[in-house]
Write a protein that binds this ligand. Structure first.
Ligand SMILES: [Zn+2]
Length: 147
């Protein structure tokens, strides 16, 4: 059990807290850095879970990435892919939905594709979600080459 960021050996407590929160191995300082990001409301907790899921699959995403108009939950700049976590469709007002649509429009103009993933999918099916995203990255890479 070592921290995925700094390779520091983890105590059992660090291991357990970090697995419970983010489904990954993080030392207390790296875990707290992520907790601050989540607590400030910059990204949902599931963005952090997916971030480390992707890192373990060999992808290097950016978390809470400012694209000039919006903060994107995760971005994979190599293939111009934005990933947004959808939290709670029930509470979605028409204003929020329009903001989402506008954000998607801006990222398309910048050549970015935006996919939205429901938070419960990340919580409960991280591995399958990561595999599908890997497929999307591969598809985008082939399309970039074809142009
Ligand atoms: Zn660490």
């Amino acid at each position: 059990m070592t921290c995925l960021e700094c390779n520091k050996k983890l105590s059992y407590l660090d291991h357990r807290q970090s697995i419970e929160l983010f489904q990954t191995e993080l030392c207390s300082s790296h875990r707290k850095r992520l907790e601050r990001l989540v607590n400030k409301g910059q990204v949902p907790k599931e963005a952090a879970i997916l971030y480390y899921g992707l890192i373990q699959a060999g992808v290097k995403p950016m978390i809470a990435w400012w694209d000039g108009t919006n903060t994107v939950d995760l971005a994979i700049s190599r293939v111009k892919l934005n990933i947004e976590i959808d939290t709670g469709y029930e509470a979605l007002s028409h204003r929020q939905a329009m903001n989402d649509l506008e954000a998607a429009m801006h990222s398309f103009k910048n050549g970015f594709t935006t996919i939205r993933i429901p938070h419960f999918l990340i919580q409960n099916h991280l591995q399958e979600s990561v595999e599908n995203i890997l497929g999307i990255i591969e598809g985008l890479r082939l399309n970039v080459r074809a142009v």
